[in-house]
Design a protein around this ligand. Structure first.
Ligand SMILES: [Fe+2]
Ligand SMILES: [Fe+2]
Length: 147
C-alpha cells in the first residue's frame, strides 16, 4: 500500500481509498492468474488499511463529541468485510461464483470508504487541531511501515 509522504491523516486515507478502488477494479476486469494476483493485492491492502485505521483512527473518532457511534459503525463494517473476504478467499478466484460475489463485496467496501469520507473524516477535521491530524498521519505511516 502506498503512503503519501505529505498530507494529514484524511489526505493519506483518501489516497489509500482510491488505490483500493483501482485494485478492486483490476480484479473485476482481469481473469486467471492476473485476477488471482490482483485479488492478493486487495487482501493485503485491506488488511494494512483497515488494521491501521483501527489502531490510529477509529479510537480517536470515538473520543470526539458524537463520534462514538460513528466509530462503532465503521468497525462493524470492517468486521463484516473481514468475514466476506475470508469467504471469497475460501471460494478462490477461479470459482464461477467469484465474480458476482466479488462485485457485491467491492460495492460494500466502497460504501464503507464513502461512510468514512462523509461521516468520520469531517468530524476529525472539525474537532482536531491541524498538528494532531498531521501527527496521526505520521503514526499511520509508522504502523503501516511495520506491516
Ligand atoms: Fe475503514
Ligand atoms: Fe478507510
Amino acid at each position: 500500500m502506498s503512503i503519501p509522504a505529505e498530507g494529514d491523516i484524511v489526505d493519506v486515507l483518501r489516497h489509500q481509498h482510491e488505490e483500493l478502488k483501482q485494485t478492486m477494479t483490476e480484479v473485476e476486469t482481469s481473469t486467471g492468474l492476473a485476477r488471482a494476483e490482483a485479488f492478493g493485492r486487495v487482501i493485503a491492502l485491506l488488511e494494512t488499511h483497515e488494521r491501521s485505521e483501527q489502531r490510529v483512527v477509529h479510537p480517536t473518532t470515538r473520543e470526539t463529541p458524537g463520534g462514538a457511534e460513528i466509530a462503532e459503525e465503521r468497525v462493524a463494517e470492517e468486521e463484516e468485510a473481514d468475514e466476506v473476504l475470508a469467504e471469497l478467499r475460501e471460494l478462490g478466484t477461479d470459482d464461477p461464483d467469484f465474480p458476482a460475489r466479488f462485485t457485491v463485496f467491492r460495492e460494500s467496501v466502497i460504501e464503507h470508504a464513502q461512510h468514512e469520507e462523509d461521516e468520520e473524516f469531517p468530524v476529525l477535521r472539525a474537532t482536531l487541531p491541524a498538528d494532531q491530524l498531521l501527527g496521526m498521519a505520521d503514526e499511520l505511516r509508522a504502523v503501516q511501515a511495520r506491516t
